[in-house]
Design a protein around this ligand. Sequence first.
Ligand code: MOS
Length: 773
Amino acid sequence: MATMPDPPLAAPLGRDRLDAAPRRIEGRDKITGRLRYAGDISAATLGIAERALLHAVAIVSTQANGRVLGFDADEALAAPGVKLLMTHENAPRLGKVVALNGAEIGELRPLQDDVLHYGGQCVAVLVADTLQHALEASVLVRVRYSEATEDTAFRLADGRGRAVDAKSLGSGTPGKVETGDADAAYAQAPYKVDVTLTTSAHHHNAMEPGAAVAMWNGEDGLTVYSPTQFSYNEAVILGEAFGFSLKERLPRMIAQVIAKYQFSNKVRVVAPPAGGAFGGKNCNIHLLLVAMAAKLAGAPVKLVLSRAQTYTLMPHRGETHQRIRLAADADGQLQSFLREAVVAQGAKGSFAEPVNEVGPKSYACPNLRLHTQTARLDTSASGWMRGPGAGPDAVGLEIAMDMLAHEAGIDPLDFRLRNHADVEPDTGHEWSSKSLKACYQAAAERIGWFDRDPAVGSMREGRHLVGFGMTTSMYPVLQMPALARCVVRADGLATLQTAQHEIGQGMITSLTQLGAEALGLPVDQVTLEYGDSALPYGGMTVGSMTTLTNGAAIHEAATLVKKALLKRAVRDQGSPLHGLHRHDLDVVDGVIVSPDGPRETVAALMSRHPEGLIEEEAVTGRTMGRSSYGRFAFGAQFAKVLIDPETGHLQVAKLIGAFAGGRAVNPLLVRSQLMGGMVWGLGQALLEETVIDPRSGMWMNRSLGEALVPAHADIAELDALIIEEDDTRAHPLGIKGMGEIGSIGGPAAISNAIFHATGVRLTELPFRIDRLL
Ligand code: MOS
């Protein structure tokens, strides 16, 4: 069995670093209910008369195809407080939308015709003076449909015949990757596995459902309050749909924004903090519905989706089906990796899970053929969901790796160490940093991997079968262009500005920290303004990239402000620092200090210049983060399961992860993200699955009561260890990103542990008891 170096390769971050981290800035407001979300917006918030804000309720189809023949709405329209019923017959006509990133509304603009594409599609919106009136009347609307046809496929099992080659998926992953001769290498290898795995459909189920408020300023402007991960994109989509002239076409938008191009100051999207998003809050159908309803009503309108409606008017993670063949030589060196994957798409929308994005980077393997196909099902749209691509990718590859290790008679950790990719396999580039071995070691030691009996079915604790399993976790380092502004005012306080969005991950705190660090001010003297398309372009909150993407721009803008401050100090005759060299000065904890002793607070300096704020802007990531290094965050997860052989009851007794994703700007928040991701991985392994009714095409378990997630009793011991790297080759700030990696690999570690305990190999998510017995 593998032995690991002693002393260990790296020590995980200690309690002291966690204790010293600033607490989440909006945390108190969040838990005391003072934080306001889009659904909390009232007439008073908007500064309008009490009854001036109307309330909309969406009405969705109860069948998956056919046509809407008409509406019996007399009773509803006569009900108290009802203002209007918006259907395809009277809805505002929308212009063509060129959505970024596969949002469904690029292909399906709501209420433009009578055609049904999926169950739960919006067919009407009822608007009334109060939410109660709108709800009451909405159930009185009778929708008449044509007969539904039965030529449908709602599950991949029925729809794989529709599979077509994908040119590119998700973030631009090619549909086919081929190196060497994978078939020949597979045929010749002494050790091989051939396994088929499936992952199930998942819905995001953020606590806050889809919600938005739209307010028109006559024909002349539109403001929408929407919890989104990309306010600029929503503003552009609204501009396109409602015919606000945009000077330039969308695909060049980012470049133009970087050149300070104002795409349209007539459309503004304000993004209050999102109550969870997970990839699901990007430019959804209700964004258009609420603005259409407000236009038709001639009044501001609020639309909050019901939980069930979020299942179809917002996206989900589509099913995947993967056949993997993996082969190794007599020394346990990987020789061949073949994967044929089919990923589900909904009836509309261009997103498809990039299930082969990370695979080619995972291990040193000379022969690869990875092929992804997409299959359109008659369901609502699939879309981004936390750990897109990389999650299902790891489920497949890491279970197959465990199978091959057993086939070759090699310890699963040892097997991974033998196949460790010392350079980025597909490019030959050096890694910017890769502390994967340290992650393996830290998590393995913590869980007791080296003390286990590796023989399958050999371990017992009392009546329980015991098993250990492990996995590698990987997620790419991404950086996009971003703008930021930093202002120091006469009172010495600083403001940072970015359009970027807080979706619960802690961006407000980490970006404030990075700005404060660059300025030399304490965190409590710095305020972040965020989440508004009127602020400097911030990109999307996706892909574990927010701290790097926006932190870089904020750090740069704040650094420019600090330079200007020091310049002002040495030129100001009233300052004790007058005449010194600004390069000798620094700002520490709000005080400008010089090596020889003179010092002055930033506030004192600024107070003598009431006329002059200091304001700077910065643009970073112009290269879209291209690098001559392979840049990934790495991690390892180890699971220990206990299984009752009589009942099949399974307890994940321990789930221990260790992750290395560059510098941890706020280790406390990073650890929370990682642990949250691990809990999600555990949920994916054992519980999570959205099931569709093949008779109606409706998602069956479309409520929080039936969205099974782990409770405390399902999680015994769970911990995320952080192996910190100062990866200045990835980025000068040393940051890589650790938002999503915690959710990647956990299901494979649990499947592998179940095999060690029982000899049963589970390959179909979720690993329910009936699949174990
Ligand atoms: Mo995330 S799925 O990259 O919002």
